[in-house]
Design a protein around this ligand. Structure first.
Ligand SMILES: NC(=O)c1ccc[n+]([C@@H]2O[C@H](COP(=O)([O-])OP(=O)(O)OC[C@H]3O[C@@H](n4cnc5c(N)ncnc54)[C@H](O)[C@@H]3O)[C@@H](O)[C@H]2O)c1
Length: 266
């Protein structure tokens, strides 16, 4: 994988895992496009990595088309697309509103489709391209995540699998980053000033909290090796294997664990 002067787009690239991916790709010589909703942070990170920024809502297929066209006109054909932007649930599980459910589907699931529609045809023509999908351990083992987050991340993994199955022989490498807890904006980290709103008790309850840099490094290595699944938390793989071996037992055990986490008598 030679990234020197190649165009790499990172959505959600202004903070957290996306910011770390942008820095890792830039350090390997890529010309990085930071695409994010947050204008000020996008400018800051684009400057830091010597790239450019595009303010973009990944849920909007027109905005994603504009992003890819702008990136290609400045930096040449897209070689790497990191579909990383994502959101947590805004509503309370089944009580979420129709608008809240549509929004999380658009951002966490369909954004991957809009990106792939824009970049895969060119990558196939050139017989080379990398898609990095930041998904979540919630796509493999569910855990304590909310309703919308859980099913949209499952859908995102299903789509990534479909792309890998249908495009690997045409030169497309798909890598899915599926971490559990990462020290980012999702967990209250503010990279502008280095503060966090995550209280120590909650942090302990989350178990191992890894850095966005570790996620970026592992995703980068997997790209180079053409590996699909990246699990920064090994216990996620172990739980996934237990689920595959005995789904009902896994459901029963996880149901009890989640109820205990909520303070219920089990
Ligand atoms: N932090 C975790 O514990 C964790 C665990 C598993 C998976 N993830 C996934 O990692 C990805 C990145 O999140 P993070 O943890 O770095 O959080 P973060 O909040 O630090 O960064 C997310 C970035 O995405 C941007 N963004 C959000 N919605 C967008 C949209 N519609 N269009 C463009 N940009 C948008 C935000 O402005 C922000 O800069 C997400 O897909 C998330 O689901 C995070």
């Amino acid at each position: 994988m030679d990234l020197a002067n190649k165009c790499a787009i990172v959505t959600g690239g202004a903070h957290g895992i996306g910011r770390a991916l942008a820095e890792r790709l830039a350090s390997a010589g890529a010309r990085v496009v930071v695409a994010d909703l947050h204008a000020e942070r996008s400018v800051k990170i684009a400057n830091r990595v010597g790239g450019m920024h595009v303010v973009c809502d990944v849920s909007d297929p027109g905005a994603v088309a504009h992003l890819v066209a702008t990136a290609e006109s400045e930096f040449g054909p897209v070689y790497v697309f990191c579909s990383n932007a994502g959101m947590t649930d805004q509503g309370v599980d089944l009580e979420s509103t129709v608008e809240q459910i549509h929004r999380i589907v658009d951002v966490n699931m369909l954004a991957h489709v809009w990106a792939a529609q824009e970049v895969i045809p060119g990558m196939v023509e050139r017989s080379e391209g990398y898609l990095v999908q930041t998904i979540s351990s919630a796509s493999l083992i569910t855990g304590p995540s909310g309703m919308g987050y859980t099913f949209t991340k499952h859908g995102a993994l299903g789509f990534a699998e479909w792309v890998a199955l249908n495009y690997a022989h045409l030169g497309i490498t798909v890598t899915c980053l599926c971490p559990n807890a990462v020290d980012t904006g999702f967990l209250g980290r503010n990279e502008d000033d280095g503060t966090t709103t995550l209280d120590p008790a909650h942090r302990t309850a989350l178990g191992e909290v890894v850095s966005p840099e570790l996620c970026a490094e592992m995703a980068f290595d997997a790209m180079g090796e053409g590996r699909f699944l990246v699990l920064p938390h090994p216990r996620v793989g172990e739980s996934f294997a237990r689920k595959a071996n005995d789904y009902d037992r896994w459901l029963d055990g996880t149901n009890r664990r989640l109820r205990r986490m909520r303070g219920e008598d089990v």
